[in-house]
Design a protein around this ligand. Sequence first.
Ligand code: UDX
Length: 447
Amino acid sequence: MKVTLFGTGYVGLVTGACLAEMGNHVVCVDIDQAKVERLERGEIPIFEPGLEPIVRRNHANGQLEFTTEAAPAIGHAQIIFIAVGTPPDEDGSADLQYVLGVARSIGQHLDRYAVIVNKSTVPVGTADRVRKAVAEELAARGANIEFDVVSNPEFLKEGDAVEDCLRPDRIVIGTSSERAVDLLRKLYAPFNRNHDRTVVMDVRSAELTKYAANAMLATKISFMNEIANIAERVGADVELVRQGIGSDPRIGYHFIYPGAGYGGSCFPKDVQALERTARAVGYEARLLGAVEAVNHDQKAKLFEFIQRYFHGDLHGRTIALWGLAFKPNTDDMREASSRRLMEALWSAGAKVRAFDPEAREETQRLYGHRDDMVLCDNAYQALEGADVLAIVTEWKAFRSPDFARIRAMLKAPAIFDGRNLYEPEAVEEAGLAYYGIGRGRSLLRSE
Ligand code: UDX
C-alpha cells in the first residue's frame, strides 16, 4: 500500500521503516532538511537496535523514501500518518501546533480520499481537531474530498521499538468509519499473523487507551518506589517484597522494579498531560498527581543519600556515575534521572566522572560546556580519583563488576545503587558500603 508519514522522530521513523519492511511504499516527510539528508545517506539519528539495517535496505530498494516536500507526499498516499512531536507546553499539556500544522497542510494538498492516522500520543479530542483543521483547508479551496481521521496509538518501547513494531501485542484502531477500518486492517494484516490483535473502538477511547496504558505502568513504578521508601525506614528489603508480590498473577513481575525514578519521553509527559486533560474537564486526578510527585522525589534519592553520607558537605568531592541514559539500550537522555542527580551534585560543589555505553555524545551535547564533568571511555576509568560510585542506569555491562577493584579505586568506598543491581552482602564483603533503593544500609531508618 502507499503510505505517507509525517515526522521522522522516534515513532515516525520506526513505524515507517517497519511498514516498508512489510512491503509497503512509504514516504517519510520531515521539515528538518539536514535530518532528511542524513537519513538518505542511511545515517540513523537515534540509537535503536535493529533499525539501521531495515532503513538502509528499504531505502536502497526504493520502498522507503525521505523528503521535505509535503505536497507530493500527500498526493502519494492512501494512508497518511501523523507522527510529529507533541512536546509539553509550560503547564504540562501536550502542545499540538505541529500535529495541527500537518493537518492543515494535508487539507491544502489532499486530492482524493485518504485515511489520516494520528500516531503521536495526543490528548483525547485531538482527532476531532485534526478533522476540523483538514476540513477548513479543504473548504477554503472549495474542494469536496472525503477523508477519515483515525487514532492508532503506538506502544513502542525505546530499545525494543523495532521488535514491538513488527510484533505488536495489540493494534488499536480508533474510528467509526468502516472504510478506514478496512484499509488499516489491510495495512496491518502482515503484523497480525497467528491471531488477530486488532482492537477496534471509537476514536476517543483509542486516544485515552494510550494514556491509560502509560499511566498504569508509571503508577506501578511509583507504587513500588513508595513501598521501597517505606521498606528503607522499617528495615525491610524491597527486593524480597517485590518477588513476594510479583508471584501473584494479578500483580505480575513486570514493571515493579523500584529505582531512581522513571524517565524518558513518554511516562513523565503522558502522566502530566492526562492529569491536565482531567483538570480541563473538571476532574482532579489525585492518583496521577501522586504518581508524578513520587517520581519527582525519587529522582532526588541518590543525591540525598550521597549528601547524607558526606554529612551534607559535597564540596570538592568527585562522584563516579555509571549510566546516564534514562534506561538501557538507548542514548536518550530525556527526563533521565542522571540529569537531576548531576545537576544537584554540581550545585553542591561536587564533580562528576561519568560513563554510559551509548549516551556519551548526547551528554556531551547537553553538558559539554561544564568543567565539573568528565565523560569517560569505560566504567573503571570513571572511578579514577572518585570518592564514591552511583549507579543510575541498569546497563547489563554494570551487572557483575569487580567489587575488589572498585574498592581499591574509590576514596570513600561506597556504592549508591539506584537500580538495585547488586546484592548488598556481595558489595559489603568487598569492603564497600552499599546503599540501594529500599534495601542495603539505610540512611533514613528511624530506630
Ligand atoms: C514507554 C512504554 O513502555 C511504552 O509502551 C510506551 O509506548 C512509551 O513509553 P519507554 O519510554 O521507551 O516506553 O520506556 P520503558 O522501557 O517503559 O521505561 C520507562 C522508565 O521506567 C525507564 O526510566 C525505566 O528505568 C523505568 N522503570 C521501568 C522503572 O523504574 N521500574 C520498572 O519496573 C520499569
